[in-house]
Design a protein around this ligand. Structure first.
Ligand code: PHE
Length: 373
């Protein structure tokens, strides 16, 4: 009941809370949108599984029921995420207790699946991140992890890492074509602690360069510690966000729509059909409300967004910092946020919105100890 309280914990991070998972987030666990036939996330997931099965029959084993509550070891340590990495902070990650969190990526299952002897797999599930609020960010989303291990006889004569990298590119370029048609693509250098080299794939789709996935050659240490093989091995891995792909492909304008029960949304999609283009049915205008306050030590933008989300749920579309000002004499900082209220599927009354805004204000004051202006 005190979700933002921090306790001292020298073994992992000094600011890791015992539990910072709000009820509304906890309540999403088990919804498993990626397992619901005819849901756009399940359609995308299945299209990717189909691509791998068609081109590499029997090679990739699929896992889509691994639970999202994982150990910190699985989520971070086992894939070499350093102790001081930003993603470990309680501002970014939902901690369940001292040793468990809600996975922030499906990479949390790399090491365990390797230990189970899986040499090629696809693993899909819901992932959780504390973040700001806008049309493409939601604290729960879905990812797919792919990983393949090769043994030395498979790259005989070549350099193992080069072989792995060119296989990775071939496989993922083929996947992008399978989903998006004959698009232009480019590989961009990236950084992930668990791969080296690391690359992101971008596609040119409807006049824009879009990042599709992160990938790379698996760090040797991860394979050596977890995968039992008689000789030398190399591996590649990738991770992609299903919402992002579905939004682009189906032209879904708002990430909250994935969570709606409205049949005007759900009825538009059909398992196996990648050609659907979403037709918006609700064009209610957003209502903007501003809140300004002097910041406090408990204030972070993610904490603020969580409070807004806890009060207004899916009735909030965006929270945007519109003014940031430091008083020249006192040194105090004032922030002003503009909150956009809009339901994805109905109109809202002024009264309802004013009530939400009042609740947001008092909750900010109470939970973050900011001073309202
Ligand atoms: N886990 C990474 C992310 O969430 C994606 C990734 C997976 C990158 C596997 C490389 C290899 O951003």
């Amino acid at each position: 009941s005190e979700p933002l309280r921090a306790v001292s914990r020298s073994d992992v991070m000094t600011d890791s809370p015992v539990n910072n998972v709000p009820e509304n987030i906890f309540g999403k666990i088990g919804t498993d949108l990626h397992l619901k036939p005819n849901h756009p996330l399940c359609i995308i997931k299945s299209a990717i599984y189909d691509y791998f099965e068609k081109n590499y029959p029997g090679t990739f084993k699929t896992f889509d029921d691994r639970k999202p509550v994982v150990t910190l070891n699985a989520n971070f340590d086992s894939i070499l995420i350093p102790e001081d990495h930003i993603s470990r902070s309680s501002n970014d990650t939902f901690y369940v207790d001292n040793v468990t969190c809600l996975r922030c990526h499906t990479s949390a299952h790399q090491a365990e699946l390797l230990r189970e002897g899986q040499a090629a797999f696809l693993c899909t599930g819901d992932v959780y991140r504390r973040d700001t609020i806008d049309s493409t960010h939601y604290p729960v989303f879905h990812q797919m992890e792919g990983l393949r291990v090769f043994e030395s006889h498979e790259w005989s004569g070549q350099d193992g890492t080069d072989f792995c990298l060119s296989d990775l590119k071939k496989v993922l370029e083929g996947l992008a074509k399978h989903l998006f048609g004959d698009v232009q693509m480019r590989w961009v250098e990236a950084y992930f602690p668990f791969t080296d080299p690391s690359l992101e794939l971008e596609i040119f789709f409807r006049d824009e360069w879009l990042e599709v996935l992160g990938s790379g050659v698996v760090q040797q240490e991860i394979l050596q510690k977890n995968y039992t093989a008689s000789g030398d091995v190399r591996g590649w891995a990738f991770g992609l966000g299903l919402e992002r792909l579905a939004m682009v492909l189906f032209q879904i304008p708002d990430i909250r729509l994935f969570w709606t029960a409205d049949t005007r949304f759900l009825k538009q999609f059909k398992q196996g059909d990648l050609t659907t283009r979403f037709k918006p049915y609700s064009k209610f205008p957003p209502v903007f409300k501003d809140v300004a306050f002097w910041t406090s030590s408990a204030y972070t933008e993610n904490n603020l967004c969580e409070i807004v989300r806890t009060v207004a749920g899916d009735l909030v579309e965006e929270t945007k910092l519109i003014d940031d000002f430091t008083h020249p004499k006192t040194g105090r900082t004032s922030h002003c946020y503009r909150i956009a209220y809009r339901s994805p599927d109905r109109s809202m009354t002024d009264e309802e919105i004013n009530q939400l805004q009042d609740e947001v204000r008092s909750s900010l004051q109470e939970k973050l100890e900011v001073q309202l202006r």
